[in-house]
Design a protein around this ligand. Structure first.
Ligand SMILES: [Zn+2]
Length: 68
């Protein structure tokens, strides 16, 4: 679903660990990254707080991996 207008988005490419979507309503393009595992609940609608928490989690994971 489109993060900007919350309309249904079309999947334009399908990758191994991520998919790319494009919104036919506003033209917003975005990707969904599955590399951390399949979601156990619907991704949308979500809140700005959840997005921020997800970014912090990803940054944390990258930091841990960099020590390998
Ligand atoms: Zn849109």
């Amino acid at each position: 679903m489109c993060p900007r207008c919350l309309e249904r988005a079309e999947r334009v490419t399908e990758g191994i660990e991520d998919d790319s979507y494009e919104c036919p309503s506003c033209g917003e393009g975005f990707g969904i990254d599955w590399s951390h595992g399949q979601p156990d609940r619907p991704c949308w609608p979500t809140t700005a707080r959840e997005i921020e928490e997800a970014r912090l989690t990803q940054a944390c994971l990258k930091g841990e991996r960099s020590e390998d």
